[in-house]
Design a binder for this molecule. Structure first.
Ligand code: DHE
Length: 514
């Protein structure tokens, strides 16, 4: 019988270690794993380690991950610190169910909610002089801060403490005034850029993937690893409106891999980890009929029961990672262990093509541009030293550009001839390639700070400058002239991860993530 969301007290989120585990393994876990995966196994910088979140990973594979690390993640190898018996014991430990599975329902979300109503909308215009649409929001993961940077003068105008471990791109309201952040431990924060103040916060999950904001600025949707659900928040005050449990209506639940706004369709699209399905959730007032909706799936005020219906698009394989084409008609993505990528057409609701995309793109890493009347898509790979370029007319790979190593991020802008791609992993992590979008050749490889990871580029609103991060506690944001490729300025920052230009984000510029 389906388990309804139950209430539990907050302390079980902090100390629910299994009583059955022997103390020495529990100590090992705390010593080596708890710092990232949570002392309670509920996730932190790393994902939650519970049987219900691990069922796609066989136990032998888990032994390999602990021994050798997980490619393309922050998971290091432990083979020099732990012997085989220790690793086996840890695997047994993380596949043990917790005595009490923590729940995070409407009641807990409401109890976590903070809303500073007095600062919301009181300020009619920005409290600073800079162009509010050419600001950069820079996430500094090194000390959990965010910097608001003037994109004309390249000077910080404000810096504030964020929640721990923000991950994924912050999302903006369509006028660029408000920005929303998600932390890996479920905190959603809304920041007023005009007033330079955080106006609302809520904890929407225990272990969260990311958030999306509806194009009509009314809703925020949060995708969670734990619980297995999607949470709809009111975008104004971040109050929870509805929880949508992610399940197949029979017995299987799923983690959410990521959720995105598909503005032209007035819907959110969610990629799932444990079901071979993609979900579309309409946010229209008069939503389309997607078929019978199971009432048990929802928690929230009764008046929201019929809203946010789910369309389940069934696939042959998992779709862990995807990006949209520029029209939002197609999803292009791949499963974590898939041999091929797939194109899912949202109009007809099924896979329409297989594509040669085996090396796993990082979510949101794909960009597009026009060439000779066709739209090209390009993405780096987490498992392959290459950038794949695809012609979207026929979904054929027209070129694999060899790089010095697997990469995380690729960025461009319609006003530049170049696309920038990092080499995030391996001995060349300090290298960044610059690719000519017309010839599809690497024209230059920069090494801005030898030995230090250089990654994630974002352009100014006019595309004249490219800003690149040095991912180090003693790091920097480096501003390049996007035409001459010469360094213009270096701004010290504490491990700046992503940076997001307000104008490029709200106009859905083709060279950046949406
Ligand atoms: Fe990310 C975006 C998933 C590891 C930094 N990453 C995203 C998004 C997803 C995702 C779902 C899109 C969310 C959005 O913008 O709405 N990331 C994953 C993974 O599955 C993976 C491989 C393993 C994991 O730990 O979850 C992973 N990501 C990392 C890192 O190790 C990085 C480099 C450092 C960190 O902060 O954890 C990292 N991811 C980022 C950044 C973005 C991102 C900076 C936003 C890019 C953008 O320009 O939009």
């Amino acid at each position: 019988m389906r388990r309804r969301i139950r209430l539990v007290i907050f302390c079980c989120l902090v100390y629910p270690i299994t009583s059955s585990a022997d103390t020495s393994t529990a100590n090992l876990y705390q010593q080596h794993c708890g710092g990232c995966h949570g002392v309670d196994r509920l996730g932190g910088n790393g994902p939650a380690l519970l049987p219900q979140n691990l069922h796609r990973l066989k136990q032998e594979a888990a032994v390999q991950v602990i021994t050798n690390g997980a490619p393309a993640t922050q998971m290091p190898p432990f083979k020099d610190k732990l012997n085989t018996a220790n690793i086996d014991a840890l695997v047994q430990y993380i596949y043990q169910p917790l005595d009490d599975v923590p729940q995070w329902g409407i009641e807990q979300i409401n109890a976590s909610h903070v809303f500073a109503a007095s600062t919301d909308g009181d300020v009619a215009k920005p409290v600073f002089d800079a162009d509010p649409l050419n600001l950069f929001v820079v996430v500094e993961t090194g000390d959990h801060h965010v910097t608001i940077l003037d994109g004309d003068k390249f000077e910080p105008i404000h810096r504030f403490k964020s929640r721990r471990a923000l991950h994924g791109g912050p999302k903006f309201t369509s006028d660029g005034r408000f920005v929303y952040f998600a932390s890996r431990d479920g905190w959603i924060s809304k920041f007023d850029i005009y007033a330079l103040e955080t106006v609302a916060e809520v904890r929407a999950g225990i272990n969260t993937r990311n958030l999306a904001v509806s194009s009509d600025n009314r809703y925020v949707m949060v995708g969670n690893y734990l619980p297995h659900n999607l949470v709809v928040l009111d975008a104004n005050d971040l109050k929870p409106l509805k929880i949508i449990s992610v399940d197949d209506g029979i017995d299987n639940t799923s983690r959410v891999s990521a959720v995105y706004d598909a503005g032209p369709r007035n819907s959110f699209i969610a990629a799932l980890k444990d079901l071979t399905e993609v979900w579309e959730i309409s946010y229209e007032d008069d939503p389309p009929y997607y078929g019978k909706v199971h009432d048990y799936r929802y928690e929230g005020p009764p008046e929201n029961l019929g809203e946010f219906p789910v369309r389940r698009i069934k696939l042959d394989d998992y779709l862990d990672d995807f990006f949209f084409d520029q029209d939002y008609d197609n999803l292009v993505g791949a499963g974590r262990n898939a041999k091929n990528g797939q194109v899912v057409n949202l109009l007809v609701g099924r896979k329409i093509a297989d594509i040669n995309l085996a090396g796993l793109p990082h979510l949101g890493s794909g960009i597009s541009w026009q060439q000779n009347g066709t739209t090209l898509l390009a993405t780096p790979h987490l498992k392959e030293a290459a950038v794949t370029v695809i012609d979207t007319d026929n979904w054929q790979t027209i070129k694999k550009i060899e790089t010095l190593g697997p990469g995380f991020f690729m960025r461009s802008h319609k006003n530049t001839d170049y696309a920038w791609v990092d080499v995030f992993f391996g001995p060349n992590k300090d290298a960044v390639h610059i690719i000519n979008k017309n010839t599809l050749e690497i024209v230059k490889t920069l090494r801005p700070q030898p030995g230090k990871t250089a990654a994630h580029v974002e352009f100014t609103r006019d595309g004249r400058y490219a800003l690149l991060s040095i991912w180090d506690m003693d790091g920097a944001l480096i501003v390049y002239d996007a035409k001459t490729l010469q360094e213009v300025k270096r701004i010290p920052m504490v491990k700046p991860s992503g940076k997001y230009n307000v104008y490029n984000k709200i106009t859905k510029e083709e060279g950046t993530s949406h």
